[in-house]
Design a protein around this ligand. Structure first.
Ligand code: ATP
Ligand code: MG
Ligand code: FE
Length: 342
């Protein structure tokens, strides 16, 4: 079965072709980051218009990469939510329009289910069950994943997401957007221990997170130094921030493994690309005897490949979820725990 996947929930247009026998055949992405930069954040109307411009050229690109024709596609998966309504509607319209023309079924995919399953897009995918740490721009959650559509939330952030904290820290330090990679890079030049920031909820006894206090601690440091702040100070603050965030993420992931009795941890979402987090988890895995799996670096942030995969796995398990009515809706707000096998 050949699935075309389409992601357009925010500021990335992603298309991909996934074959249930041969795996990922092609994926292509256009990021709107540069376009939104001058406004200091994503402008929804501009995002929608750009998805319209990019979708079909990217489709041509993946068809060519994969060496297949549009008529070879057996089903189309698109991101149905959560996300920006207008942006989601573009993906939904393109997916349903193509499917109608081809007479093929469509399936709407939850964006976070896509992230959650993205670590399976490797040559030797981790088997179920596992604990998943979903660390993206909008979410920080620990999940017990027992199968496709079987997700139990073990804990989540009570305020900011980890990615959001990276982005806000970057802004406070005068770095660019998205902040994650830049803060991570700058932290490499910081002196460990020079600035120690709080580890929110490290000892809360549950699997929840909080990152807004950490962001405030960064703000306090920046204010304290004022106009005297130098490059080394910034690097030390970045280092302090990354060490605190990574400590909490790693400790809670390990606690989730303990609580569930599982021996396998899977990381998903943009912050999963973070080098310091990967180092800490690899180290802990070796020491404590659990396995840790990551998505490909390029597939940590938003992409069409994870949507195509989620579509393929869902259609294999629940063929009746294939829609032929082409009367689509989008779900800008959509809780992952309301998903399951619905
Ligand atoms: P969501 O999926 O929750 O709706 P999103 O789609 O915006 O949010 P992703 O695309 O998964 O989130 O990830 C983007 C986030 O990942 C940004 O906050 C970005 O700063 C962060 N990020 C990306 N690379 C890194 C990195 N190397 N280190 C830390 N954070 C990173
Ligand atoms: Mg994005
Ligand atoms: Fe995302």
């Amino acid at each position: 079965m050949l699935i075309l996947g389409l992601e357009s929930s925010c500021d990335e247009t992603g298309l991909a072709l996934y074959d249930t026998q041969r795996g990922l055949l092609a994926h292509a992405l256009h990021s709107q980051i540069a376009m939104h930069r001058e406004y200091g954040g994503v402008v929804p109307e501009l995002a929608s218009r750009d998805h319209i411009r990019r979708a079909l050229p990217l489709l041509e690109e993946v068809l060519e990469q994969a060496g297949v024709k549009l008529v070879d596609v057996d089903a189309i998966a698109f991101t149905q939510g959560p996300g920006l309504a207008g942006a989601l509607l573009v993906g939904a319209s393109v997916a349903n329009g193509l499917a109608l023309a081809l007479g093929k079924p469509v399936i709407g995919i939850h964006h976070l289910e896509g992230h959650l399953l993205s670590p399976l897009l490797v040559d030797a995918p981790p088997p179920f069950p596992f604990v998943a740490l979903l660390v993206s721009g909008g979410h920080t959650q620990l999940m017990r994943v027992t199968g496709v559509g079987e997700y139990e939330t073990l804990g989540e952030t009570l305020d900011d997401a980890a990615g959001e904290a990276f982005d806000k820290t970057a802004k406070l330090l005068g770095l660019g957007y998205p902040g994650g990679p830049e803060v991570s890079r700058l932290a490499e030049f910081g002196t460990p221990g020079a600035i120690v920031l709080p580890r929110p909820m490290l000892h809360s006894g549950d699997l929840d997170f909080s990152f807004s206090g950490l962001k405030t601690a960064v703000l306090t440091q920046v204010r304290k130094l004022g106009t005297n702040i130098c490059e080394q100070d910034k690097a030390d603050i970045a280092r302090g921030f990354v060490d605190a965030a990574v400590d909490v993420l790693a400790a809670k992931s390990i606690a989730a493994l303990k609580r569930t009795g599982l021996k396998r941890l899977v990381i998903a979402g943009g912050v999963g690309a973070n080098r310091q987090l990967r180092e800490a988890l690899n180290h802990a895995a070796k020491r404590r005897g659990f396995a840790v799996h990551y998505p490909d670096l390029a597939l940590c942030t938003d992409n069409g490949a994870m949507i195509a995969l989620a579509g393929a796995l869902r259609l294999e398990r629940w063929p009746e979820q294939a829609e032929h009515s082409y009367a689509f809706t989008v779900k800008p707000r959509w809780d992952l725990s309301a998903l399951a096998g619905d």
